[in-house]
Design a protein around this ligand. Structure first.
Ligand SMILES: O=C(O)CCC(=O)C(=O)O
Ligand SMILES: [Fe+2]
Length: 287
């Protein structure tokens, strides 16, 4: 399925994005991943969370103290062997999950969707469509899966505190339980689950949060966040030179991934968008 087919067949809210720069979240349907694959992936994660805590602990990257959810993170990079990278980034002697097959399959499907969307973003910006891919933006993936159990007093806590995602693109799959809110202006907007739709979040622009889950069914989400694979001191990122001109100068400084990593993060879920730190005109930020 090509980019045009994707647009024709049901990418929702794209016109809104194209005409309104302050939206960075949208839902897509007819993305080419079958409902059966989606159900199988969600079921695999549901069964993962059913494993007793003792056995599951070895996979967990963090358990939020304040938030009412349990998080499981895998970082992987094409620069190194996938399965080795599991061990490198998660825990030494990581045993193989039973759900590994579904995880690997999901990686392939989600990456294809991410690639098509990155092509659309490039086309929209007027640069060649392979640009983000060539910059290695599909190579480093952080797969985050959250489990939000039933919360008897949802007004007293949150599932996941407000934050932005520090990546190029996030392809989020959720089961049928509500919870995700996106901040637009001063308003929190609920993203209602649509069967088999994927939620796409572009860049680290919009804050979002997950409220605690008042439903007896647990809420499960699964999101590979795509980041550049070239992560050295000499790999410089910034506004594409093709779209800068004397009339439209760049509004952002160049940066490297180590510079971004120095900004701290992820465990405290600081809600400041990193992109703001790289703005050239500080007065813009106050405006
Ligand atoms: O659980 C969700 O729907 C959102 C997860 C999320 O925002 C994240 O992992 O960054
Ligand atoms: Fe997020």
């Amino acid at each position: 399925m090509g980019v045009k087919d994707l647009i024709d067949s049901g990418v929702t809210m794209i016109p809104k994005i194209a005409s309104n720069h302050d939206w960075g979240f949208y839902l897509i349907i007819n993305h080419g991943i079958s409902n059966e694959t989606i159900d199988r992936t969600i079921n695999a994660f549901e069964s993962f969370y059913d494993v007793p805590m003792e056995a599951k602990k070895q996979y967990h990257h963090m358990d939020h103290k304040v938030a009412f959810c349990s998080t499981f993170n895998i970082f992987y990079s094409e620069a190194i062997n996938w399965k080795d990278s599991l061990r490198v980034y998660m825990a030494p002697n990581l045993p193989e999950m039973d759900q590994m097959r579904e995880l690997l399959e999901w990686d392939i499907h989600a990456k294809r969707v991410a690639e098509e969307l990155m092509e659309m973003m490039c086309e929209g910006l007027g640069v060649k469509k392979e640009k983000l891919k060539e910059m290695s933006c599909l190579e480093h993936r952080k797969l985050v899966s959250h489990y939000y159990p039933y919360c008897p007093q949802p007004d007293l806590t949150l599932g996941l505190p407000p934050h932005t995602d520090r990546g190029v693109l996030n392809v989020l799959l959720q089961n049928k339980v509500n919870g995700l809110h996106v901040k637009h202006g001063k308003e929190w907007i609920e993203v209602k689950p649509v069967r088999c739709a994927l939620i796409i979040n572009v860049g680290d622009l919009l804050q979002h949060r997950v409220v605690a889950n008042p439903s007896k069914n647990p809420r499960i989400s699964l999101a590979p966040i795509y980041k550049p694979g070239k992560r050295g001191e000499n790999d410089v990122y910034g506004v594409f030179p093709e779209i800068i001109s004397p009339e439209r100068p760049s509004l952002y400084k160049e940066f490297t991934i180590p510079e971004i990593q120095k900004q701290g993060i992820t465990d405290d879920f600081s809600c400041r968008a990193i992109i703001d730190l790289f703005k050239l005109d500080k007065s813009e930020e106050e405006a």
